[in-house]
Design a protein around this ligand. Structure first.
Ligand code: WQD
Length: 339
């Protein structure tokens, strides 16, 4: 099966291209390289031994998408391409709504025109805001998202659902990611944030590598075991494998119309300090960090109830927090050496 992977040169996208190949799929990469670069394509090729077709296109360009769908006959699409920085989205809401939603609308239009039947969408646990109950299940009501980024994901889910039940050939699954971390065990691909990382783990690895003086832990006065926020940290390779399972589930599905959402998390919550201690232990180093004020918009605690994805999609996280933090550190050492 030939699968278009938009954002396929990105952090989760690149790991998913590798797992698609390992599972016998034929990935085609589309990426405008806004938040990535061609070295990622080299890393994918070194891991798989294959140079996958790559199109440096933007999903906002409907004509380019038509050109691509004319040329390549796709059996499905996995849509990662989007702006994803929570903080930045508060400063630039119009760019976020335009980029994330126009690209989705274009893709769905073209899938309809070219009768491409399978769609897997990269959604996010940010659609839950701060859930009242934990662990959070897929039936937990979506709260007003705490950022324009999170809202683009919530609105996108509604667009996809309405589109699927309008009688289109397209069947769809939305995967609500928790906190993806880590890197491929070969250290040939990993997380490559541009500029100052907003996410915790790349900031930790850059601090440990001496690229940043110190990590600031945003708040230690939350109502949690040690006062720091709780998150469900999932290894990016486990997350990538969930996309393969989602395509397989869509392929088996015989219903006329099908749309569903799945939490993709480990089901375990760890505090920021838990993660720091684990990082220090598994990598045998001391991290320079201090406690600072809370970060606006942060959710206090969230972690997944993963029963649905375990039973229906037959996917379960296999890698531990320690493995993810070892892989993240090995990746950081590799890119720091090659700089
Ligand atoms: C995690 C925790 C911070 C940086 C991310 C993505 C979002 C979505 C969910 C996919 C928080 C703390 C962080 C730092 C810190 N994923 N922190 N110091 O905010 O949970 O959201 O996962 O869609 O798109 O952004 O992730 O890594 O920014 O923060 O103390 O320098 O680490 O306060 O508690 P977050 P994060």
């Amino acid at each position: 099966m030939k699968i278009l992977v938009t954002g396929g040169a990105g952090f989760i996208g690149s790991h998913t291209v590798v797992e698609l190949h390992q599972a016998g799929f034929e990935p085609v990469i589309l990426d405008n390289l806004y938040n990535s670069n061609r070295d990622v394509l080299k890393g994918i090729q070194q891991i798989t031994g294959v140079e996958f077709p790559f199109y440096e296109y933007d999903c906002n360009d409907l004509e380019k998408l038509r050109e691509l769908f004319d040329k390549e006959r796709f059996d499905g699409v996995i849509h990662f391409a989007a702006y994803k920085a929570v903080g930045e989205s508060v400063q630039k809401p119009l760019e976020y709504y335009e980029n994330n939603l126009v690209s989705l609308l274009n893709l769905l239009k073209v899938m309809q025109e070219y009768k491409v039947p399978k769609f897997v969408f990269s959604s996010s646990c940010t659609v839950y805001g701060q859930p009242e109950q934990l662990p959070v299940t897929e039936d937990t009501p979506r709260l007003p998202a705490t950022s324009p980024y999170g809202n683009t994901k919530a609105v996108a889910e509604d667009i996809i659902r309405d589109f699927v039940f309008s009688g289109t050939v397209v069947k769809a699954i939305a995967l609500r990611y928790f906190n993806p971390i880590g890197a491929h065990e070969t250290s040939l691909i990993g997380e490559l944030p541009n500029g100052v990382p907003s996410n915790l783990v790349p900031y930790i690895t850059q601090t440990a590598a001496g690229l940043r003086p110190s990590l600031t832990v945003f708040g230690s006065d939350y109502d949690t075991a040690d006062g720091t926020c709780v998150r469900d940290f999932i290894h990016v390779v486990d997350l990538a494998k969930a996309h393969v399972k989602a395509l397989e589930l869509l392929d088996e599905n015989q219903a006329d119309q099908y749309y569903d959402v799945f939490n993709v998390g480990t089901g375990e919550g760890y505090t920021v300090l838990n993660l720091i201690k684990t990082f220090e232990e598994v990598n045998k180093l001391k991290l320079n960090y201090s406690i600072g004020p809370r970060r606006a918009g942060d959710v206090e605690k969230i972690y997944a109830q993963a029963d649905k994805v375990n039973t229906i999609m037959k996917w379960k996280a296999e890698k531990s927090l320690a493995e993810a933090l070892r892989d993240a550190w090995n990746w950081q050492l590799k890119i720091t050496q090659t700089k």
